[in-house]
Design a protein around this ligand. Structure first.
Ligand SMILES: *[C@@H]1O[C@H](CO)[C@@H](O)[C@H](O)[C@H]1NC(C)=O
Ligand SMILES: *[C@@H]1O[C@H](CO)[C@@H](O)[C@H](O)[C@H]1NC(C)=O
Ligand SMILES: *[C@@H]1O[C@H](CO)[C@@H](O)[C@H](O)[C@H]1NC(C)=O
Length: 298
């Protein structure tokens, strides 16, 4: 969906892209279609000249990163970046994808818990750990996996919500282990594909940590892809929502309200993910999911 908007004279242009089948599970398309779903961030004071479509437009404000609309609408540019994401995944191997707040930094209880979780998960599954390679809980997951001595990969974006950095470079990860994306759509392709399981040997997962708008966006995107069987994975992928300190309890209550209104069917959401209150519950779930012999645990 493409949305353009301006503040003073409200103007909304919406274009919809439909998917070929709306019934669950009937069609197994090779992949989902993020490349069609470009979001354009609206700043408070942009001016869009629709009568001059060829002039490059910059949507910018002091707080928001400039977006070159000409680039965004070039499917070739987006495609190139998606291919780079896939290539990185092929190089480092699929694994567990962590989604979480960029704002809960070292010293925060959830940072410490996330770091511990990522370390234990990496030891348990022996897989690569993936994230948006940003600060906060993404960084906690990176640190934990590095402590376990396991590979780490990331899809960085120039600027995170807490404006930790607007640099294209990660402060300490070697440059061959992450990609700095220009397009959110490509980054999201990467974050989904890194968790896809092609064979029984692939041990992957998605772990959603406490987070804000970006985290919720990614979490619900993956939830929808699993719901509609469009995640592109031949085998099921464990999807865990970390409900540290009941962070997500009100969201879960709201999803119950959705059930009451019948916008989601009874038991549907709870069948798509596993809500865990603490690290030991998450580790036990992964152990059970992958049928790992407790004796062989490192
Ligand atoms: C928006 O643009 C107008 C005219 O250029 C300017 O006077 C105003 O300060 C701007 N507002 C913001 C929030 O940048
Ligand atoms: C919009 O673009 C058209 C075509 O290039 C130009 O004639 C017009 O002056 C522009 N309007 C504004 C407000 O910039
Ligand atoms: C973790 O959560 C589960 C489920 O709520 C609970 O039974 C268990 O006691 C908790 N473990 C710890 C160590 O808090």
């Amino acid at each position: 969906m493409i949305t353009l908007c301006r503040k003073k004279s409200p103007f909304l242009l919406m274009m919809g892209f439909t998917i070929s089948s709306s019934s669950l599970g009937l069609v197994n398309l090779p992949y989902n279609s993020h490349s069609h779903r470009q979001k354009i961030i609206c700043s408070a004071n942009q001016s869009l000249n629709f009568s001059n479509p060829h002039k490059p437009l910059r949507v910018s404000s002091p707080k928001l990163q400039s977006v070159q609309i000409d680039e965004r609408t070039s499917s070739t540019e987006v495609k190139k970046e998606i291919e780079m994401c896939y290539e990185l995944i092929q190089r480092l191997g699929r694994g567990v994808v962590y989604l979480g707040s960029s704002r809960l930094g070292p010293g925060h209880q959830h940072y410490i818990q996330t770091q511990e979780l990522a370390k234990e998960v990496a030891n348990l599954l022996g897989c690569t750990s993936w994230s948006g390679a940003g600060p906060g809980l993404m960084d906690a997951a990176t640190q934990g996996a590095l402590q376990a001595g396991k590979p780490v990969g990331g899809f960085k974006i120039g600027k995170e919500a807490n404006e930790w950095t607007s640099s294209n470079f990660h402060p300490y990860l070697p440059s061959h282990t992450y990609l700095t994306c220009r397009f959110f759509s490509a980054r999201k392709h990467g974050l989904v594909d890194a968790a896809v399981r092609a064979s029984d040997r692939d041990k992957t997962g998605v772990i959603v940590l406490p987070g804000g708008i970006g985290t919720l966006d990614e979490a619900f995107e993956i939830l929808a892809l699993i719901q509609l069987e469009r995640i592109g994975s031949a085998l099921p992928v464990p999807f865990i929502l970390m409900n540290y300190d009941s962070f997500y309890s009100k969201l879960l209550e709201f999803l119950d309200v959705c059930e009451e209104w019948t916008t989601v069917s009874k038991g549907e959401v709870s069948s798509l993910w596993k809500v865990c209150n603490n690290n030991s519950e998450a580790l036990a779930y992964l152990e059970q999911f992958y049928n790992l012999d407790a004796v062989n645990k490192p």
